[in-house]
Design a protein around this ligand. Sequence first.
Ligand code: SF4
Ligand code: SF4
Ligand code: SF4
Length: 187
Amino acid sequence: MNAQAQRPTAGSIDALLPQTQCTRCGYEGCLPYAEAIAAGTAPINQCPPGGAATIAALATLLDRAVQPLNPVNGNERAPLVAWIDEARCIGCARCLPPCPVDAIVGAAKFLHTVLADRCTGCELCIAPCPVDCIELRPASADPALKAPLHRQRYVAHKARLASRAAERQRQIDVQKAVVRAGSAPSQ
Ligand code: SF4
Ligand code: SF4
Ligand code: SF4
């Protein structure tokens, strides 16, 4: 077996990441960061939710030296989940698009709720809320147990966005074709 064949895959690297999908590493989620590490374009110390334990696991897998967490990416802290104060929620739905795992339920003009067992504590919903009614509370479950579910929901979320974008593009192409047909000189 040659050295290339033995290089850890993005999948095996992603398996060691916490699946918080918070983007603090500078990538769109855990899998894109794993892909960058696998490609040799990202260091292994950029994941604050994983912290020292994840860096140690990555160092072992990749046979690299352990490094301290890069403070530029944030600090390690106890796992959290989001909670919405429903009495203050105005139902604007701005918190829905940023959630990488679709953990918030609600519709425009209705109050919204976080499904705590789905929430990764990524904090991406906090800033878009115009009335600051989302807060972070300590997580009761071990995040490592929820990582496979978070991975699954992140992949499903991305697939749904890609499918919507493809459908939007298809509709634009149809409209363009109609306009082109309408402006073509008649024979
Ligand atoms: S948990 Fe956040 S910082 Fe860590 S790899 Fe995933 S997206 Fe990046
Ligand atoms: S509810 Fe908020 S904190 Fe929880 S996963 Fe979604 S965006 Fe992240
Ligand atoms: S962004 Fe805030 S106010 Fe708007 S729906 Fe979400 S929780 Fe409610």
